[in-house]
Design a binder for this molecule. Structure first.
Ligand SMILES: CN(C)c1ccccc1CNc1ccc(C(N)=O)cn1
Length: 245
């Protein structure tokens, strides 16, 4: 999959992609990442990309012409790829949208800076997405968040093939259960004996019960949406009894 990122800080994008699974996906050719700097599309002497807002107000805005030209260049290089604008005004990114993006031929991501961009750029944008209800100095981190979440979904990217499919959100719609590894005792704390039992049916049951209990405690909204099978309802009730609720 090809990602094209429009940013005045290309180093932020390439820098992050040197490490980790996305870095490996790059070297393995599973993904391609190209950055386009609006400054290269500015027709002003000082490669100007920002200017003062009409109507006054603090800070600067990104001008439309350099961004529109950069978007056109990216569309030519990544045909069929939707242009996604990362902004606090966008739709909230959830795992379902990530899975949909993973099926796209490519993605063109527009990272805003300053106080935002000229509204007329949105005529060239296909969708506006937000990674959460908070404000960052630029759209580069949200672009990297989207890229990594999508890259994890690409077949062949993660070692144990089905792990992305096993992601708690994707598969079960539940929060993940607790995990343990060696050493067996940490600061006097041991490991739940069920995990040492070798009884895989019991282990699976315990993990589902933990996921259900944690989701009920921390994210009841997820359970609302998902609903519970009868057997899950029983596991959750047993969990609550054991927790003395
Ligand atoms: C500079 N700002 C305020 C801005 C204003 C408008 C658009 C983009 C930006 C860039 N900042 C972003 C981008 C995305 C998110 C998010 N929640 O996805 C948070 N911040």
């Amino acid at each position: 999959m090809r990602f094209d990122v429009l940013t005045i800080f290309p180093g932020l994008i390439h820098g992050y992609l040197q490490e980790g699974i996305v870095g490996r996906a790059l070297t393995r050719g599973l993904i391609e990442v190209h950055t386009w700097n609006p400054r290269d599309f500015s027709d002003s002497a000082y490669r100007r990309v920002d200017d003062r807002p009409f109507g006054g107000g603090p800070g600067m805005l990104m001008m439309a012409p350099p961004l529109l030209a950069a978007i056109a260049a990216a569309r030519q290089a990544n045909p069929g790829a939707p242009v996604i604008y990362l902004s606090p005004q966008g739709q909230r990114l959830q795992q379902r949208a990530v899975q949909d993006f993973a099926a796209a031929p490519g993605l063109i991501l527009l990272a805003g800076r300053y106080e935002g961009i000229d509204e007329r750029v949105l005529a060239a944008v296909d969708a506006e997405w937000s990674i959460g209800d908070y404000v960052l100095a630029g759209g580069e981190l949200p672009a990297l968040v989207l890229m990594e979440a999508v890259a994890r979904q690409l077949p062949g990217l993660l070692g144990h093939a089905d792990s992305a499919a096993e992601d708690s959100f994707a598969a079960s719609g539940l929060l993940d259960c607790p995990h343990y590894t060696r050493p067996e005792v940490v600061a006097g704390e041991g490991v739940p004996e069920v995990l040492l039992s070798g009884d895989h049916g019991r282990i699976r049951r315990w993990r589902l019960q933990q996921s259900l209990g944690r989701t009920a405690e921390r994210r009841p909204d997820l359970l609302e949406r998902r609903g519970l099978r009868p057997d899950e309802q029983i596991l959750l009730e047993e969990y609550r009894r054991q927790r003395g609720e």
